[in-house]
Design a protein around this ligand. Structure first.
Ligand code: AHR
Length: 647
């Protein structure tokens, strides 16, 4: 009998531990200090034509019909023969600048006429320049004729007004980089670059670049400043890159291989972007890691699990069967590639790959802590075999790095179940859950992680979003995020997806930040992410905010031990205000003046380029007390921050 009672007691306490992530009112729970981060994928022109500040489209003449039907090496370029000049243009690949970058243009100038012959590029929907700012032009040329070829480079407005110009003559029959810096004489949102040969001869041309000097933090080969700043303003604790489906690619040959994306830009490997366009790899691993460091975010690279996307060769679907694996004979090399990344990021400059990082300008290690292996892969025997080989090798050589596994593209279903089973068997420290759902799902599933088994893998919610950018969508996410804080003991990381979308070039909606050539438009969802990520804590308290009996109210209370602040987040997804009792009496001697930042409006409100500030946070001072009632506005997220309690 005693045995049975004992067993029952053990079973009920185990069940309780597994089912309740809650705590007695007087206790604080340690939660992940890295909880809210960002997900970057080159989707919707997020990299080229987006965050990567290069102003020339198809600078290395590598566009091709593989990227998109109808595209070729001369896409985004116009052959110009004004002023009675004539000659020939062709594309060649016999002796390129680098074998990784095979295509280049040959110009044969038979008669230069008045204006010469050459090429015009208008960037991504027009080149944007600002008066007084500096732009670095460069090009690789190889003189193929005996005589030098004179070049005139001009940046012009659509009306033909001159913004900047330079000229030089070729002087080498080998590939050579020529360059100049323009100071823009006037601003334009739709300038074009003209690269004109003005004397008879023959010349090969590649890597035509125009780069603003004013990039985020002034980095060379850097990032579009306004866009990078809006991302940095999220103060993410980590950044995942380079995707998404982009990681595992459209077939084995299209996987994202990190080594192809480092080193001098003319030596990087361009390739088809799985989202139906082209990736230059100008924004590569070095730039990703540098951006993380510049924002104070931990880098979280995701590498392919040596299998391609299950939707390879087809259209996006959850059950795709086009997955292909790297041949088993090639796996040792592939595993080495994964290990080399860790050495590249963390190794000393005396190591082979650490030396390459130093060569790129970063002798100090990047302190890589997390690495994802696989993205939403179908959990097949091929996947399992390859994942295990990679995982075992990383675990053995780098136990200090947390490996994140993958559990499919949905919050449940076959790959989710099989992925979790596999991760549990292999004791993978963390898994990457993804879900894009209706806002009502987020409102209904706030208890999802309360019953997760605390002894299993930790969770990274690598991609999530409700289907839309209205305030209601954003609040449904905020509602859910309070539950992520409550479960921050097992949900270690979470990132909304996708991050960026260039208007007119989107493959996926909704996104967190929309932009065009000149404007950046953060969504309501962005402000929710920002309010959570700039108000993270590392201790969670139960039973402070009383949301009882209202399924459209949610709240959390955390403290941040660095600032010493108490932070309350209160979500009211009702169409009317609500009075919410708050009991702070467990905190003795609190500051009675607090700051309250609120996001509110009508459920269907959303930001747009025309009206960018329909939804944006407003901050005011509020009075709090040991016990007080907070009047939460209709359709709102409120963040109440009480300064310096723990100091
Ligand atoms: O975020 C957009 C896509 O959604 C990602 O590439 C993929 O991982 C998911 O299916």
């Amino acid at each position: 009998m005693k045995k049975i009672i004992f067993l029952l007691l053990v079973m009920s306490s185990l069940t309780l531990a597994a089912q309740k992530a809650t705590l007695p009112g007087h206790m604080a729970k340690k939660i992940s200090p890295d909880l809210f981060g960002i997900f970057f994928e080159d989707i919707n022109y997020a990299a080229d034509g987006g965050l990567y500040a290069e102003l020339i489209q198809n600078r290395s003449f590598e566009y091709s019909p593989t990227d998109r039907k109808g595209w070729n090496s001369l896409t985004a370029w116009e052959y110009i023969t004004e002023g009675f000049g004539y000659g020939k243009i062709s594309v060649d690949s016999k002796s390129p600048v680098n074998e990784n970058n095979p295509h280049y243009v040959i110009l044969t100038i038979e008669d230069e006429g008045r204006e010469g012959i050459g090429l015009r590029n208008s960037g991504f929907d027009g080149i944007v320049v600002k008066a007084g700012e500096k732009y670095d032009f460069s090009v690789f040329l190889r003189q193929l004729s005996d005589s030098p070829v004179l070049f005139e480079i001009k940046l012009k407005t659509p009306k033909g007004e001159l913004i900047g110009e330079t000229s030089f003559s070729t002087h080498s029959q080998e590939w050579k980089k020529y360059g100049a810096t323009f100071t823009a004489a006037q601003s334009s949102d739709s300038a074009s670059l003209y690269v004109m040969a003005k004397s008879k001869g023959k010349v090969a041309m590649d890597m035509v670049s125009l780069f603003p000097q004013k990039t985020f933090k002034g980095r060379s080969n850097g990032l579009r400043a306004d866009l990078a700043q809006s991302i940095a303003d999220l103060k993410p604790k980590f950044m995942r890159f380079p995707g998404g489906c982009l990681v595992h690619g459209d077939g084995v040959g299209n996987m994202y291989r990190w080594k192809n994306t480092i080193g001098p830009i003319e030596q990087r490997v361009d390739q088809k972007n799985i989202w139906g366009y082209h990736q230059s790899a100008g924004l590569g691993y070095f730039e990703f890691f540098q951006f993380c460091e510049d924002m104070g975010a931990k880098p979280l690279p995701v590498l392919p699990a040596a299998v391609s996307c299950q939707n390879s060769g087809g259209t996006w679907s959850i059950g795709g069967t086009g997955q292909k694996g790297i041949a088993m004979k090639d796996m040792p090399d592939y595993i080495q590639e994964v290990l080399d990344l860790i050495e590249w990021a963390n190794g000393p400059v005396s190591s082979t790959w650490g030396a390459k990082r130093a060569e790129a300008g970063h002798p100090k290690p990047f302190n890589l802590e997390y690495i994802g292996i696989g993205n939403e892969d179908k959990i097949t025997p091929e996947f399992r075999e390859r994942f295990k080989l990679i995982y075992d090798a990383v675990k053995a050589k780098h136990p200090e790095v947390t490996v994140i596994g993958t559990v499919g593209p949905a919050p449940d279903g076959e790959d989710f179940d099989l992925g979790w089973k596999f991760a549990s068997e292999e004791k993978v420290p963390m898994v990457d859950e993804h879900y894009y759902m209706d806002p009502k799902w987020f409102l209904k599933n706030g208890k999802r992680y309360d019953s997760y088994d605390r002894s299993k893998s930790k969770v990274y919610i690598g991609e999530y979003a409700s289907w839309g950018n209205t305030l209601f969508n954003a609040l449904s996410e905020a509602f859910y995020m309070t539950s992520l804080e409550r479960n921050g003991d097992i949900v270690r990381l979470a990132s909304y997806a996708p991050l960026l979308a260039r208007a007119g070039h989107t493959q996926w909606n909704p996104d967190l930040i929309y932009f065009n050539a000149t404007q950046v438009c953060p969504t309501a969802n962005y402000y929710v992410q920002q309010l959570f990520s700039t108000n993270q804590g590392d201790l969670y308290y139960e039973d402070i905010v009383n949301c009882a009996n209202d399924s459209l109210l949610a709240a959390s209370c955390v403290t941040d031990r660095k600032s010493g602040d108490i932070i309350l987040k209160i979500v009211n997804a009702n169409k009317e205000p609500r009075n919410i009792p708050i009991n702070l009496s467990r905190f003795k001697g609190i500051n009675l003046k607090a700051l309250c930042t609120t996001l509110s409006g009508a459920a269907e409100d959303k930001n747009s380029f025309e009206k960018p500030n329909v939804i944006s946070p407003k901050t005011s001072q509020v009075k709090v007390g040991r016990k007080f009632v907070y009047n939460a506005p209709a359709m709102s997220l409120s963040v109440v921050r009480i300064k310096g309690y723990l100091k």
